[in-house]
Design a protein around this ligand. Structure first.
Ligand code: NAD
Length: 542
């Protein structure tokens, strides 16, 4: 293990991990420590969102391959769970260094498959890396509790123990960060892990798996399968899998939560939208059609006393960064009082952003994931126009020189929006900021609390009392005060609430450790010889 302390750099081409040398590059499966070509007859294309060229293919793993992967996890579990916690910690200490050494290569893969700008892709890796760094404190995080002398000569203590094989199902929008919320947390606790990355962006997860292997993770401790509904159903149903972590759209999350829970598994499901009927998705629905039927609406409430310069910059960055494809994107602004007059300046700042392919210097806003996503965003903008809203900045016809086939939508600002409009009720998941107005903070709080989504929100103000009132009264799981995207660092947990989360323990932080562990409580009595029981005790001890 110590040998892999040596810094390693993994080449971007990832020949043996991701793409074969044939003219049609293929993504491998990672089974029992080997990167293997799938025997599947069903493959999906992977596109570069900036050009829509096919850049690779990903298999829908066969049933036998999925079984092989979970069996590998099961076989590896005993030895891994018995591996000393210090040895597991050392692997993750090496892993965080390898991720740091390869951050640029990981970012390039993200930009290629997902489209976001290189700088933003590095941020994607970095925020996942922070979770890996946090796993290195596992020796403190996994401590149990003790209480001596609960009665004469009797002590009680608890152990935190792993639960078995765990599984993760990830979305397309954070190809590094979200898988890194999952398998490092699960594995460091002593579980083995079956990962299913998004079928649209599998490359980064494959490279992360290789780096973990280089860090010394034994064969079988992490396995990776690819696919869509068969893979998801397999994970929900297989009896060896004890827990499922899901992040993604509401429709998938509700379905996985229900199916996994019915099968007796722990499920934590980070989603975005409101409760609705659970549907099994059908074979012929495309991923894009399924996505975002409803979704997150994170509100930014702007008080007239806010620092104008900061607030406008923060709104623009948080609405349009990552082309709005963040579950915590600040996609809705509520302007109060005088702040309504700031709209022209907001538009000017948004106009200054450069729309371009993510790997081009100076790009601020990259393409959307697919032509279908672009079409959907454009039609939601149009729905605003049709319902009487005002498009102050229209990114629908943006042209990007050299990337005419890309899925680009420029920054768009829609004002005069009311809560009954479709562009407000649906997660747009694109570079679109919808703007509402309110007469008072109380009115703004009413709007936010009436919305079923509880992922994130922010208030911009210089008034401490207003900030306190807002943080106290708003019914949203993650609140920023002059912080537009308040995603908690890993010593805390990601605490989306209401319809944005199913389960009872959140991702990462203390709650993540709780999710991936179970408690064993030991009560022991060591009596001195002269205190030996003289007869059987048949009543409950009092
Ligand atoms: P998605 O739900 O389409 O896909 C996520 C995963 O679920 C993928 O691995 C996919 O194969 C699988 N899947 C897709 N549809 C399914 C279905 N109907 N049933 C079962 N499994 C299914 O999500 P996406 O488009 O990849 O990601 C974008 C969405 O994720 C957005 O709505 C975004 O807001 C949300 N998201 C939420 C969070 C959060 O923490 N709340 C974080 C990131 C993204």
């Amino acid at each position: 293990l110590m040998r892999s302390l040596v810094k390693k750099r993994v080449p971007l081409q990832m020949g043996r991990l991701c793409y074969s040398s044939s003219s049609v590059p293929t993504t491998k499966l990672f089974i029992d420590g080997k990167f293997v070509e799938s025997k599947s007859s069903q493959w999906l294309d992977i596109h570069n969102p900036a050009t829509n060229e096919v850049i690779g293919r990903v298999p829908k793993a066969t049933h036998e391959e999925m079984l092989a992967a979970v069996d590998s996890c099961s076989r590896a579990y005993h030895a891994w769970s018995e591996t000393s916690i210090l040895a597991r910690q050392q692997i993750f200490l090496r892993y965080q260094q390898l991720i740091k050494d390869n951050i640029k290569e990981l970012a390039k893969l993200i930009t290629l498959e997902q489209g976001k700008t290189l700088a933003d892709a590095e941020g994607d890796v970095f925020r996942g890396l922070q979770v890996v760094e946090h796993t290195c404190s596992i020796t403190s995080l996994m401590l149990g509790e003790t209480l001596p002398s609960i009665t004469k000569d009797m002590d009680t203590y608890t152990y935190r123990l792993p639960i078995g094989v765990c599984a993760g199902i990830a979305p397309f929008n954070f190809p590094a960060m979200i898988p890194l919320w999952m398998f490092p947390m699960g594995m460091v606790c002593g579980n083995t892990y079956l990962m299913k990355p998004s079928e649209r962006v599998p490359g980064c997860a494959m490279m992360l798996a290789k780096l973990l292997q280089d860090a010394g993770a034994p064969d079988g401790t992490l396995n990776i399968i690819h696919g869509q509904h068969d893979a998801v159903n397999f994970i929900c149903d297989h009896p060896a899998i004890k827990a499922i972590s899901f992040v993604g759209s509401n429709q998938a999350g509700e379905y996985i939560y229900e199916r996994g829970s019915k099968n007796g598994k722990r499920v934590q499901s980070n989603m975005v939208g409101p409760e609705h009927e659970v549907n099994e998705f059908t074979e012929n629905q495309t991923a894009y059609e399924r996505v975002n039927l409803e979704g997150a609406k994170n509100h930014g409430v702007v008080m007239p006393d806010a620092n104008k310069e900061n607030t406008l910059n923060q709104l623009v960055g948080a609405a349009f960064g990552a082309a709005g494809q963040r579950c915590m994107a600040l996609s809705t602004a509520i302007l109060i009082g005088e702040a309504r007059n700031w709209l022209p300046e907001l538009v000017e700042r948004a106009k200054g952003l450069r729309v371009n392919a993510g790997d081009q210097p100076g790009a601020d806003v990259g393409p959307l994931i697919s032509p279908q996503a672009k079409e959907r965003v454009n039609s939601l903008i149009q729905s605003g126009v049709d319902e009487g809203a005002k498009v102050l900045l229209d990114g629908r016809n943006v042209k990007v020189k050299g990337y005419e086939n890309g899925n680009f939508v420029g920054p768009t600002i829609i004002s005069n929006v009311t809560p009954n409009m479709k562009c407000y009720t649906e997660e747009i998941f694109g570079p679109v900021l919808v703007v509402l107005e309110a007469d008072s903070l109380d009115d703004a709080i009413k709007i936010v609390n009436k919305n079923p989504y509880g992922n994130g929100t922010a208030i911009f103000t210089t008034n401490g009392a207003a900030a306190r009132k807002y943080t106290h009264e708003v019914d949203v799981g993650q609140v920023g005060v002059n912080v537009p995207i308040p995603v908690p660092l890993p010593m805390f947990s990601f605490t989306g609430s209401r319809a944005s989360f199913r389960g009872d323990t959140n991702f990462y932080g203390k709650q993540g450790i709780q999710f991936y562990t179970q408690i064993k409580t030991v009560t022991s009595q060591w009596k001195a010889e002269d205190a030996t029981l003289k007869s059987p005790a048949v009543t409950m001890p009092t």
